[in-house]
Design a protein. Structure first.
Length: 562
């Protein structure tokens, strides 16, 4: 093993304070009961909160940590019953390491083996490490060191002298360490502390500014290796810790200026969050310490009840009937009423698959599979584009409840001429393209996702096609998002009462005349649609951050109805 120290100094963006370290890590699981049993009974972590995914309230969100769920101790999971296994790869966090007492290696080796796991020993930056997979295949690591203390959970099945002490670090696999260094050191106040050889490449360690737990982010550079495929066992994101709203707002401003495209602040009930991706694809969050998990129930009651944000309380009975029944063995309480389903084991090499396609159309997919989702987004690419191009919006939208489907147009074009050409000049391709959208929606419905739970979106030619489909079919959709597009025809008559439609364009877009854009929006309003039409100076013929935020809000509205 070789290691080196680094002279990279810590920096932050103007007006910001250094990020302290890790706040929480969020992972996808498959079986909720198995997840609870492993993290609370095998690892001895307290189940500090049972709530739901705010973007998909039919799915649980579990939080595990120390006595009160301090930042830096919190592992969170979305259990999607029957979800296929993810595949590790570049562009994601692949392992989360807990700090364990230096003398507890033999205890944990024996305990994990007794519970049916196969821990592998090693050493990293001078400390012994055990690595093993949780029941969903997530790499969990134990680093044995003289680390900081946390608030112990007295009812833990793990003796206090061997109890885990919050996070030590996370490990991300990336194509290029340089862009992560630019983010962590150049903008977030981390310090680069060293590097060493790793079986996958070169491991570089960065340290946050705090003095407690969860201080380290490790990055392993793997140029030329494939990207990860999200599924059960995959880390969705890693959250970094900041003290309060003012600091977070400063980071929002600084990250926007640096081109990282952070989301608006999201209210997660127990903290406030912004999300952004670094160039390799790793999804980061910056989360506030406050208000904390004792905000809506006493410390002694943490984890005993299904807690809902106030905006979901009116739907409590429906949500409790939908989520599967779980038993918290550490408390002896049962939550939820629906009989649990059997998890479906899926080979780890599986990839997401969209609905069946006709012989001429290939459908690309991301996010949840249609069979596991209750909401979907169908994305239509522009002329000369590809399904893969438009599907990359899934990472920007960052709504894990959705299945994302993108059909590929023959010859990369849905119809041959401008959308302003006489309709007959674009036939029969236009009708075939509309039929493709109809086919996708029908097959989604066959898999349990009705059209009112589908957002239809597109860019440029795809935006025109999305609007035209909604106008002609009159089908009740969850929403329509038209980015740099307008109606192909203005003679539709089907009622569109209450249909949410977002339209965005630049005033000087060479492909979408502003007069046609405005006429389209007015025509749709007159037929009862709820149209938000926005003109963005300087946008050009592209997709802007404000448009992405508006589409995300529309999608959250669709998911929130379920």
């Amino acid at each position: 093993m070789t290691s080196s120290s680094s002279s990279q100094p810590s920096q932050t963006a103007p007006g910001t304070s250094p990020v302290q370290g890790l706040h929480h890590v969020t992972v996808m699981a498959a079986d909720p009961q198995r997840n609870i049993d492993f993290y609370s009974q095998t690892l001895g972590q307290r189940l500090v909160k049972v709530t739901v995914n705010f973007d998909d309230p039919g799915t649980y969100h579990f939080y595990y940590g120390d006595l009160t769920g301090q930042p830096g101790t919190i592992m969170t999971h979305f259990p999607w019953v029957g979800a296929r296994r993810g595949v590790r790869g570049n562009g994601e966090v692949v392992a989360t390491a807990y700090s364990a007492p230096r003398g507890s290696g033999a205890y944990w080796q024996a305990r994990l083996t007794e519970h049916g796991f196969a821990p592998q020993g090693g050493e990293r930056f001078g400390h012994p490490v055990l690595t093993f997979e949780d029941p969903d295949g997530t790499w969990v690591e134990l680093v044995f060191e003289d680390g900081a203390e946390v608030q112990p959970w007295p009812a833990s099945p793990v003796p206090a002298e061997h109890a885990l002490r919050g996070f030590h670090s996370v490990t991300a696999w990336v194509r290029d360490t340089g862009s992560v260094r630019d983010l962590l050191v150049g903008h977030l106040g981390f310090t680069e502390v060293g590097s060493e050889a790793d079986p996958e490449g070169t491991r570089t360690r960065f340290q946050g500014s705090g003095d407690g737990v969860g201080l380290f982010v490790d990055v392993v550079e793997r140029p030329g290796k494939p990207r990860g495929q999200f599924g059960a066992g995959s880390v969705h994101h890693v959250a970094l810790r900041t003290r309060g709203d003012a600091e977070q707002e400063a980071y929002l401003t600084a990250l926007t200026a640096a081109g990282h495209h952070p989301t608006p602040v999201q209210d997660r009930q127990y903290f406030h969050s912004i999300y952004f991706r670094e160039p390799n694809g790793v999804l980061f969050e910056i989360a506030t310490d406050a208000p904390g998990f004792a905000d809506d129930e006493p410390v002694e009651e943490l984890g005993r009840h299904l807690k809902l944000p106030e905006w979901f309380e009116s739907r409590r009975a429906t949500i409790e009937a939908h989520v599967p029944r779980i038993v918290s063995r550490e408390y002896g309480v049962t939550i939820g009423t629906r009989e649990p389903e059997d998890a479906v084991a899926t080979p780890s090499g599986s990839t997401a698959a969209g609905p069946a396609s006709n012989e001429n159309i290939q459908v690309y997919a991301a996010g949840r599979s249609p069979g596991q989702a209750r909401v979907a987004m169908v994305l239509l690419h522009g002329r000369g584009g590809t399904a893969g191009d438009i599907l990359s919006l899934e990472k920007e939208l960052n709504l894990s409840a959705f299945a994302y489907l993108a059909p590929q147009a023959p010859g990369n074009s849905w119809y041959p001429q401008s959308f302003l050409a006489p309709v007959e000049h674009n036939q029969p391709q236009l009708n075939e393209a509309l039929a493709t959208v109809e086919l996708l929606l029908n097959e989604l419905e066959a898999q349990g996702i009705p059209s009112e739970n589908v957002v239809l979106g597109g860019f440029s030619q795809g935006a025109c096609l999305a609007l035209e489909y909604a106008s002609r079919s009159g089908r009740r959709l969850g929403g329509v998002a038209a980015l740099s597009g307008a109606l192909i025809t203005l003679d539709g008559t089907a009622p569109l009462e209450g249909l949410p439609i977002f339209m965005g364009v630049a005033p000087d877009d060479a492909h979408i005349p502003l007069v046609r854009f405005r006429a389209s929006a007015e025509h749709l309003r007159q037929r009862g649609a709820r149209v938000q039409s926005e003109v963005y100076p300087g946008l050009g013929h592209s997709i802007g951050r404000e448009e992405v935020d508006a589409v995300r809000a529309m999608m959250q509205g669709v998911a929130g109805r379920l």
